[in-house]
Design a protein around this ligand. Structure first.
Ligand code: CO
Length: 130
C-alpha cells in the first residue's frame, strides 16, 4: 500500500460536527484522511477522533462501549474488529492522519467520533464506495 493516499481533510471544532460528512472512494482506493481539531476546548472535555466502521456495526452500541474506554481513545477493545481505520483522539490544534485502502466491496461505511456524546449529537458521516 502506498504511504500516502488521496488526501481528505476534515476539521472538527467545539460545535461537535465534522466539516466533511460524505466521502466518495473507488473500491480499494487508498485514502489519507486527516482530521484536525480546530476547536479550543481542552481535550478532556472536547476531544475528537475519526473512526471508520464496518457497515454492520451497531453504532450506538459502539459509542456506548467506547464511552468508558478513555485509555484507548474511546475505542472499545471488544469491538476493535469493527474498525477499518481511525485517527487518535485529538485535542485543540492537533491533527492525525489515517491512511488506508477503501473497502473493495461497494457500499456505505459509517464514520463517527467516539468521544462520549458526540455521535449522538451528529458527529458522524459516511464513506461511500462506488
Ligand atoms: Co468529537
Amino acid at each position: 500500500m502506498p504511504a500516502n493516499g488521496r488526501p481528505v481533510a476534515i476539521t472538527a471544532n467545539d460545535t461537535m460536527k465534522f466539516s466533511v460528512t460524505e466521502i466518495h472512494a473507488k473500491p480499494g482506493e487508498v485514502l489519507s484522511v486527516t482530521l484536525t481539531n480546530v476547536g479550543t476546548t481542552p481535550k478532556f472535555s472536547m476531544g475528537h477522533n475519526w473512526i471508520l466502521l464496518q457497515p454492520d456495526t451497531d453504532l450506538l452500541a459502539f459509542v456506548t462501549a467506547g464511552s468508558t474506554a478513555a485509555a484507548t481513545d474511546y475505542k472499545p477493545a471488544s469491538l476493535q474488529s469493527k474498525i477499518i481505520a481511525s485517527t487518535k483522539l485529538l485535542g485543540p490544534g492537533e491533527h492525525d492522519t489515517a491512511t488506508f485502502a477503501a473497502p473493495s466491496k461497494p457500499g456505505s461505511y459509517p464514520f463517527l467520533c467516539s468521544f462520549p456524546g458526540h455521535f449522538q449529537v451528529g458527529m458522524r458521516g459516511m464513506l461511500i464506495v462506488d
